[in-house]
Write a protein that binds this ligand. Structure first.
Ligand code: G3H
Ligand code: 13P
Ligand code: NA
Ligand code: ZN
Length: 328
């Protein structure tokens, strides 16, 4: 059954667990997530980006997700728009049956220039006014994501060397988060606490804490009723990187967010954990391996089944690690 993000995450908060939000673009990803959720009894967040719409088309995306709701009617599913770039995009998603939208006002509509705080409040409030009237939840974002590995040492609020940002400048400010939530009434808030999108998060194996866990605690203390969201939360499984590279891939050394730090975040108010890259890596590794080992095969169902199986294992392991297993 389709449920809103607010309903789903209120339950997660009441019971102290987090929910992975997987990006979906095609049938194989949706099957992998739903089968893993079914086997672990986990509620589900499926999210689609502008890139997903460009790839599959919004009509196909909608029907793929309707198919999932029909095949697994007993599983609570939130259908979420990932990184909506404008109020218009969010309205279209609502018309398309999404039960939750992200208005990412942390960036301008071109998705690359950081916006002003006033712009972010303005576009996000527009969306919550409309979405809440339709029973649809809203996620906002405050701060600009970035790996703390790139932060320069420097005074708390001084500008770092080479125009780079200091650690303090990279993190979401708790007072501003409280003001943002009071003004916009978002249900969930994506925060900058050291995560970044994509496979290239950390260049060295994690030693000690890689995220700003204390900052998560400070933000949660200020806005306890707003569900915190961690974008860029792929863990970049080293075994899949190895498989990709063993079978002809060329992916440089790189590391993701340790699952243990996500679990620490979940103890302090993180409820939605965005994952895309890990499923991409698992699918690529599985397809490369199958094709290399079966050079005579030309039936795509064979290698796509391997991709589904690999993605399903990643999903299963996140449902278990974040504690959502058993709650569907
Ligand atoms: O945050 C971005 C997600 O990983 C979606 O990526 O825009 O390539 O679909 P995409
Ligand atoms: P990853 O690139 O770490 O998987 O993050 C995905 C994400 O945040 C989607 O919004
Ligand atoms: Na999102
Ligand atoms: Zn994201």
């Amino acid at each position: 059954a389709l449920i809103s993000l607010r309903q789903l995450l209120d339950h997660a908060a009441a019971n102290g667990y987090g929910v992975p939000a997987f990006n979906v673009n095609n049938m194989e990803q949706i099957r992998a997530i739903m089968e893993a959720a079914d086997e672990t009894n986990s509620p589900v967040i499926l999210q689609s980006s502008a890139g997903a719409r460009k790839y599959a088309g919004s009509v196909f995306l909608r029907h793929l997700i309707l198919a999932a709701l029909e095949e697994w009617p007993h599983i609570p599913v939130c259908l979420h728009l990932d990184h909506g770039a404008s109020p218009g995009v969010c309205v279209q998603a609502i018309q398309n049956g999404f039960s939750s939208v992200m208005m990412d006002g942390s960036l301008m509509e071109d998705s690359s220039t950081p916006s002003s705080y006033e712009y972010n409040v303005d576009v996000t409030k527009k969306v919550t006014d409309m979405a809440h009237a339709c029973g649809v939840s809203v996620e906002g974002e405050l701060g600009v994501l970035g790996s703390l590995e790139t932060a320069t040492a420097g005074k708390e609020d001084g500008v770092g060397a080479e125009g780079k940002l200091t650690r303090e400048q990279m993190l979401t400010d708790p007072d501003q988060a409280a003001d943002f939530v009071a003004k916009t009434k978002v249900d969930a808030l994506a925060i900058a606490i050291g995560t970044s999108h994509g496979a290239y998060k950390f260049s060295r194996p994690p030693s000690g804490e890689v995220l700003a866990i204390d900052r998560i605690k400070e933000i949660h203390a200020r806005i306890p009723d707003t569900h915190l969201v961690m974008h860029g939360s792929s863990s970049v499984p080293q075994e899949w990187l190895k498989t990709i590279n063993d079978y002809g891939g060329e992916i440089p050394e790189t590391y993701g967010v340790p699952v243990t730090e996500i679990q620490e975040g979940i103890k302090h108010g993180v409820r939605k954990v965005n994952i895309d890259t890990d499923l991409r890596l698992a699918a690529t590794g599985a397809v490369r391996k199958y094709i290399a080992e079966n050079p005579g095969n030309f039936d795509p169902r064979k290698f796509l089944s391997e991709a589904t199986k690999a993605m399903k294992e990643v999903c299963r392991s996140r449902f278990l690690a974040f504690g959502s297993a058993g709650w569907a």
